[in-house]
Design a protein around this ligand. Structure first.
Ligand code: FAD
Ligand code: FES
Length: 318
């Protein structure tokens, strides 16, 4: 299901016959309409867009591929929330490079995103009942939220652990508290919650509860690696969501290959969630650095054109 014909994956029950315009939810012009934007920090912001069929099809753990404007590049972003009654999908974006900075500048409530394709990837497996720890580090707080909510809806006892560098960066604490039976917030500098990393939160939870069935950890690769190591001695199942570089998002380009145990997987179609005890995080982190030079150049060129007033801000409808 996408905003452009023949683009992307949907789910079977909503599959449309060939030739049908898939631009559901698009009222005027190409793309989807942004209906809300919220700032979380200087770099992090939320966009909510209207797309009733995508909202109906979305499951926790899935992502979309966004092309912000006609000449933009494709980037994967996790579905951080969806509201089937309102027919809306929410993304939380951190401006780290050219495309995400373009979006930070140009995507406003009332403007449109040129193309959004999804939901893509395998949905999270949400078991029934049991005791689960849902961990979000920094931006990872957003993608782990739909899972925490789904576990709660399925009768699990949910322990939420979220961590940020400092108090000013905290977002969605209220949303988390609403779906968690226990809640731990950590900060690197101690300005909010316990002073420490999310791994300290895991240690607290494991010490208190001997019957934790699963840990779900989403955040920077180094954090997910540390979480997997924290749970390995106790043998607690640990699921992580990987963020390798993606291009097509449909299993064809090979850009998102990751090593999981003895096998090579494509995160876009086999994941993005995998067994954290099996993932080769060092390989993932090395592969993420592959285009560092090109990414730096692209961001520099873009900021120069912005300063000259001819940047993408003009290309993306405001
Ligand atoms: C499944 C998945 C879900 C994601 N969800 C979110 C999310 O919800 N919010 C969010 O802010 N970011 C998310 N990301 C990361 C996001 O896609 C990248 O930050 C974005 O592509 C960077 O593009 P850029 O041009 O702004 O920066 P660039 O300068 O191109 O890159 C900055 C950093 O992002 C990484 N990156 C670059 N291109 C890609 C790409 N095509 N795919 C993945 N990583 C890339 C690079 O390794 C680099 O470290 C997700 C990535 C994946 C794979
Ligand atoms: S993004 Fe191309 S194979 Fe996964």
């Amino acid at each position: 299901m996408g905003t452009k014909p023949n683009a992307g994956a949907g789910i079977d029950e909503l599959a449309e016959p060939p030739g049908v315009d898939q631009s559901v939810g698009v009222e005027d012009g190409p793309g989807v309409e942004i209906i809300a934007r919220e700032e979380f920090s200087d770099a992090t912001f939320l966009l909510e867009f209207r797309h009733p069929l995508m909202a109906k099809a979305a499951r926790p753990g899935q992502f979309v591929i966004v092309i912000p404007h006609e000449h933009g590049e494709r980037i994967p972003l996790t579905i951080a929330d969806f509201n089937r009654d309102r027919g809306t999908v929410t993304l939380v974006i951190q401006a780290v490079g050219k495309t995400t900075k373009e979006m930070q500048l140009a995507c406003r409530a009332g403007s449109r995103i040129f193309s959004v394709v999804g939901p893509m990837g395998e949905p999270s497996h949400i078991g029934k009942g049991g005791k689960v720890v849902c961990i979000g580090g920094g931006l990872g707080v957003a993608p782990v939220f739909p899972q925490a909510r789904a576990f709660k809806e399925n009768g699990a006892y949910v322990i939420g652990v979220i961590g940020f560098r400092t108090k000013e960066l905290v977002f969605w604490e209220d949303k988390f508290r609403q779906v968690c039976d226990e809640f731990i917030i950590c900060s690197d500098d101690g300005s909010v919650g316990i002073k420490g990393r999310v791994t300290d939160g895991i240690t607290l939870a494991l010490e208190k509860h001997g019957d934790i069935g699963e840990v779900v950890a989403i955040g920077p690769p180094i954090m997910m690696k540390a979480c997997a190591e924290a749970t390995r001695p106790a043998g607690v199942k640990t699921t992580v969501s990987l963020n390798p570089i993606m291009v097509d998002g449909t299993g064809m380009c090979g850009g998102c290959r990751v090593k999981v145990g003895e096998t090579i997987k494509f995160a876009c179609v086999d994941g993005p969630e995998f067994d954290g005890h099996q993932v080769d995080f060092d390989d993932l982190m090395n592969r993420l650095k592959r285009f560092a030079e090109e990414e730096k150049l692209a961001a520099e060129r873009w900021s120069e054109t912005c300063r000259a007033g001819v940047g993408s801000g003009g290309a993306v409808p405001r």
